[in-house]
Design a protein around this ligand. Structure first.
Ligand code: API
Length: 293
């Protein structure tokens, strides 16, 4: 049995996150441990954010991101806010630079407790997302579900926010769509060789969107920060909104700004629920008890 590591169960707008403290050690959270923690109702999560020692000069930590099915993700906006809140509470530090699989990201906790993460620059090239076939215009690609002559969802915008996203635009209530049924079909569609996060988005005004997301490797979630960034960027790129929008997810709102320098900034809350210790090899865990080291 590996030496126990500390974790905090947290959430970002209901996106269930485990922040695992893997600093000072060389092992990683195993896919089996992730799946075990995901099936226990008390530790059920959408993503594990594993904080490792830094690998690059100028960064505070390397962050590994693990979906509830044990697969790795390159980006997780809500999880990054949880990491910032946990480390800010521990260290008193407010501004951070992290290395993630999607690149180096900066993040900051504000006086009011909200956290802004610079999610980097969106990528629109079909090979960068990636797609399995060439599309010169990724503002709307040929893809649909439902009857061929009356598709239920069609022509998504696609983008990489470090991780792959498809955004389907709808004119009516996004909650009327059976995303639990269409999500897995679209996530695993052959057009997405690395699978994709699937979002249904409605434009409410030039400054507001409502979205729901089926997450790659995690399923329906109450919030997906990178999907909010994807929807905001694709909405601005297609002239549906301006570059600064409020994106309302099932768990609540996020503020997204696609800055003129091409960086996408996401601002929102994070919430601590409880702390524990777990075995990164097996996922066996226990609640943190008072006075524990
Ligand atoms: N919950 C996340 C996204 C998780 C990433 C993921 N499902 C994938 O790309 O595999 C967020 O807040 O951005």
């Amino acid at each position: 049995m590996a030496e126990a590591a500390q974790f905090a169960k947290m959430n970002g707008l209901g996106n269930a996150i485990i922040v695992a403290d893997m600093r000072g050690r060389t092992d990683r959270v195993s896919p089996a441990a992730a799946r075990a923690l995901a099936t226990d109702p008390a530790t059920r999560f959408d993503q594990i954010m594993a904080i490792h020692d830094p690998r690059l000069p100028g960064t505070q930590n390397y962050i590994e991101i693990i979906n509830s099915d044990g697969s790795l993700a390159q980006a997780c906006g809500n999880g990054m806010r949880c990491v910032v809140q946990a480390l800010a509470a521990e260290t008193g530090r407010r501004a951070f630079t992290f290395e993630t699989p999607a690149g180096v990201l900066t993040a900051e906790e504000h006086e009011n407790g909200l956290i802004t993460v610079d999610m980097g620059k969106p990528r629109f090239g079909w090979q960068e997302i990636p797609l399995s076939e060439e599309f010169s215009d990724t503002r709307a690609i040929e893809l649909q579900v439902g009857p061929i002559d009356a598709p239920v969802l069609h022509s998504p915008s696609v983008v990489s926010i470090g991780n792959p996203h498809a955004v389907f635009w709808v004119g009516n209530d996004p909650y009327t769509y059976d995303l639990e049924r269409f999500g897995p079909l679209l996530e695993n569609h052959p057009i997405f060789p690395e699978r994709a996060n699937i979002t249904i988005a409605r434009v409410d005004s030039p400054e507001a969107l409502t979205i729901r997301t089926w997450e790659r490797g995690a399923g329906l979630t109450l919030a997906c920060g990178s999907a909010a960034c994807a929807a905001a960027v694709c909405a601005a790129r297609t002239g549906r909104t301006g570059r600064k929008v409020t994106v309302t997810l099932p768990g609540g709102p996020l503020e997204i700004e696609w800055r003129e320098d091409d960086h996408v900034l996401m601002t929102g809350p994070a919430e601590w629920e409880f702390s524990g210790r777990f075995d990164p090899a097996t996922g066996a865990w226990e609640y943190e008890t008072e006075g524990a080291a």
